[in-house]
Design a protein around this ligand. Structure first.
Ligand code: MG
Length: 291
């Protein structure tokens, strides 16, 4: 099932997207429930949703599937084989030897307020950063929380998936050691356009493609992940209780801007499109923030 969070007639609605992607059937929810975005559907019997009359998708304004996560998004760094190599080749991390792969998942976070919808501008401020990059990622939405989740049980905790573009200010990421500032600038977490339930995605074979202004930059498959989703969930939940609605961005494949010589960073007016098979296409325009 493909679901979305939208704004219609001044209200947030959560609902089901039709198979042809043309219409949206809101679920009967209270406005408090709908504030949680698609996380409001966690724990509900999806076969017995109380659906209202469908609306054309063209007549609603898409919001991020989870417009304001309850807490920081968990993210995984350097989690595709080819990307880990391009990252070490780029010289970003001088301590990393050529060919080094992380021995454990690298986990960082993005603040919830960085989330924006497909179609919303990604704002860049040249006074703050001049090295802004895209990172297409499939993101897990946790349905059942837990602590000490074993890898063999982890998929039972996954409610679904969405797309995240883990926009990154490379200069800030490098300058401040911890990645939070460079990853959490306002508008640096485009998410969407939709979320899908777990049964819709085969993590062994899902394509992740990024275009910038129509030029293909990333073209990979989740089969290249270094640490798979069960390992990631098990790693994070060892001593840290995962909660329903938590979001985990699983890392980006090869082809980010810093991997090119010279780097291809984002500029005012660029359009970044991320397509993940089975979910949809997340598209955002880069816009220079002017004082
Ligand atoms: Mg990333």
């Amino acid at each position: 099932m493909r679901v979305a969070c939208v704004r219609h007639a001044g209200e947030r609605r959560v609902g089901v997207v039709s198979g042809d992607g043309q219409s949206f059937s809101p679920v009967a929810l209270s406005s408090d429930q709908a504030e949680r975005g698609v996380a409001a559907l966690i724990g509900q019997d999806l076969d017995a949703l109380d659906l209202l009359s469908p609306l054309p998708l063209s007549e609603v304004e898409l919001e991020a599937p989870v417009p304001r996560p309850d807490r920081n998004l968990f993210c995984v760094g350097k989690n595709y084989h080819a990307h880990a190599l391009e990252f070490s080749r780029s010289g970003f991390d001088s301590s990393a030897a050529q060919g080094d792969l992380p021995s454990h998942p690298i986990i960082f976070s993005k603040v919830p307020e960085s989330v924006v919808a497909s179609g919303a501008p990604v704002l860049i401020d040249p006074e703050v950063s001049t090295a802004i990059d895209y990172e297409a990622e499939i993101a897990v939405i946790i349905g059942k929380g837990g602590r000490g989740i074993r890898p063999e049980d982890a998929m039972g905790h996954v409610w679904g998936y969405t797309i995240v573009n883990d926009i990154t200010a490379r200069d800030l990421q490098g300058r401040y050691s911890q990645w939070l500032i460079g990853k959490s600038q306002d508008t640096f977490c485009p998410m969407g356009p939709f979320a899908v339930t777990a049964d819709e995605i085969d993590l062994a074979d899902t394509s992740v493609i990024t275009w910038v202004n129509g030029e293909i930059r990333q073209n990979a498959n989740t089969s290249d992940l270094i640490f798979d989703v069960p390992t990631i969930i098990s790693t994070i939940s060892a001593g840290l209780t995962l909660m329903p609605g938590d979001i985990i961005a699983t890392g980006t494949p090869e082809g980010v801007g810093i991997g090119f010589k010279p780097p291809k960073y984002l500029r005012d007016g660029d359009i970044v499109r991320v397509e993940i098979s089975g979910i949809g296409t997340l598209e955002n325009r880069v816009k220079e923030r002017r004082a």
